[in-house]
Design a protein around this ligand. Structure first.
Ligand code: ZN
Ligand code: ZN
Length: 156
């Protein structure tokens, strides 16, 4: 498994994914044409740990679920529609069964989702097979570290 980094453009906030096993020395934002130098650590290259952010050089990260809410919602909506059809034909039990099944599938998908590591400063995301060592999101840490990066890129 290789580690994929999704950098955030400091200029326009666009998502810029690149492969950490064979990283470029700089990436260019396709939207605003800003050049962003990247320095990928050995641990990132080998997908063993997220130790240093290649974009902002920061070493503070948090872990969150890599969840796309739209996928989950689609399942529940589909389940509700199917169960409404059974309900209409007086098959209450089947209707409830289908609805419960949709919710269950939703839960299974959520549990199978990987955690993604996120950089506090520049919001770069790290997806790979490395062990997650960072803690959950801490608002106080973000309040301290985010402005530091924004000053650095001239947003404040
Ligand atoms: Zn940009
Ligand atoms: Zn960063």
């Amino acid at each position: 498994m290789t580690l994929e980094v999704t950098a955030r453009c400091p200029g326009c906030d666009a998502s810029l994914p690149f492969d950490a096993s064979d990283p470029p020395s700089a990436i260019r934002c396709g939207k605003c044409n800003r050049g962003i130098p990247v320095r990928v650590s050995d641990a990132l290259r080998q997908d063993t740990a997220v130790d240093r952010c290649p974009v902002c050089d920061g070493g503070d990260f948090y872990v969150r679920k890599d969840f796309d809410p739209r996928t989950g919602l689609a399942f529940v909506v589909a389940g509700a529609v199917i169960s409404a059809i059974f309900y209409f034909f007086d098959k209450d039990l089947i209707a409830y069964g289908v609805l419960a099944g949709a919710v269950l599938i939703d839960l299974l998908i959520y549990r199978r989702l990987n955690d993604v590591t996120v950089c506090y400063r520049c919001h770069a995301e790290f997806r790979g097979g490395y062990p997650r060592t960072a803690g959950p999101f801490d608002l106080h840490t973000a309040d301290v570290l985010e402005p530091e990066w924004q000053r650095k890129i001239g947003k404040r």
